[in-house]
Design a protein around this ligand. Structure first.
Ligand code: NAP
Length: 312
């Protein structure tokens, strides 16, 4: 007999890895069907500046994912002392390159480089990350456009799990432009009633316990525990952190990954929950591929019927 005080005997684990793989298969089919007419595959340019090790892993994962679905990737790895002017020139060149449908500036940039003018210089139609001011404005106004990949991936996971959002109370913990703000707008567009919490929010647990859908995107390892969650809530963990190596596991241990949520505490209370790793992370990459493929489809007049459910 499970010790649970709500009618959900086991939380559904929202498997982002599985859904991302299914989306990749669909994208591969769209790309191979349109290749003859387009005369070229979709192209994604990934701009990486400096030697941030985590960025190196993320970029490699994105390039491998491109290869799996038939997107050509154009890697640009520039030294940490690259000037803003040089980066702007590279972005301008990629804006004009007819082989490139999406441009991604991998963040964070080395100290001293301001990402804002660089993101603004990416042509809005090639904005694979959906972070251009125009595209954030389109999201705000409910107009079509490339969406920020992480929250779009969360929406796809919720839709796949059949989570009904209309009229639900949703709380988003975090208000960054990358995650929290677009997440709140997407949930609101799906008819949820949304509250956004941030570092100055008083009594976070009282607020989050009101959530039927809780999205944790605070970037604070294991911030959200049992005291923050009401029974039966759907809990999405956007956070990703590498914990310090555990000396007891030996010198090979690089430290395990965790999210913003204490999974072991929250899972018994939730009706559905994303794991870390294997939840939101793979979905972020999948939505990057979606944005690039959709831009390619627009460029070549392919219909988007088969991808419509992924466009939030
Ligand atoms: P960020 O820019 O650092 O923003 C964090 C937000 O959380 C801020 O709005 C901050 O409030 C708020 N916050 C911080 N501490 C808080 C607290 N104790 N209580 C309530 N709110 C708090 O981070 P981000 O770029 O949005 O990323 C968030 C997390 O998601 C990070 O762990 C990041 O690594 C991860 N991430 C994962 C993926 C993925 O694919 N899985 C993609 C992107 C990001 P203020 O505004 O008041 O400072």
């Amino acid at each position: 007999m499970l010790d649970r005080d709500h009618p959900f005997p086991m939380a559904t684990v929202l498997d982002g890895k599985l859904l991302a793989a299914a989306i990749e298969q669909r994208l591969a089919a769209v790309i191979s069907a349109g290749l003859a007419r387009a005369g070229r595959p979709p192209g994604l340019a990934v701009l990486r500046v400096g030697e941030d090790p985590a960025s190196g892993v993320y970029v490699a994962n994105k390039e491998k994912a491109c290869a799996r679905v038939g997107i050509r990737s154009f890697g640009h790895h520039l030294p940490a002392d690259t000037s803003s002017a040089q980066l702007l020139a590279t972005i301008e060149q990629l804006n004009g390159d007819p082989r490139v449908d999406g441009i991604l500036l991998q963040l964070p940039l080395p100290k001293g480089l301001d990402e804002r003018p660089l993101l603004a210089a990416i042509h809005p139609d090639k904005d694979a990350d959906g972070l251009h001011t125009l595209n954030l404005g389109r999201l705000l106004k409910g107009e079509a456009g490339p969406r920020s990949c992480t929250p779009a991936g969360v929406m796809a996971l919720l839709a796949k799990a059949g989570v009904k959002l209309e009229g639900k109370r949703a709380v988003v913990v975090g208000r960054s432009i990358l995650v929290g703000q677009p997440m709140a707008l997407m949930l609101q567009a799906a008819q949820a009633t949304v509250t956004v919490a941030h570092s100055r929010t008083r009594d976070l647990a009282t607020l989050t316990r009101q959530a039927e859908v809780l999205v944790a995107a605070a970037g604070r390892p294991r911030l959200i525990g049992a005291e923050h969650v009401s029974p039966g809530a759907v809990v999405v963990d956007v956070g990703i952190h590498r914990l310090p190596p555990d000396p007891e596991k030996g010198p090979q241990d690089k430290g395990s990954l965790c999210g913003d949520v204490r999974f072991e505490e929250v899972e018994p209370m939730a009706s559905a929950i994303t794991p870390v790793p294997g939840g939101v992370g793979p979905m972020t990459v999948a939505m990057l591929l979606v944005n690039t493929t959709v831009a390619w489809c627009h460029q070549h007049g392919h219909g988007l019927e088969t991808l419509e459910d992924l466009l939030v």
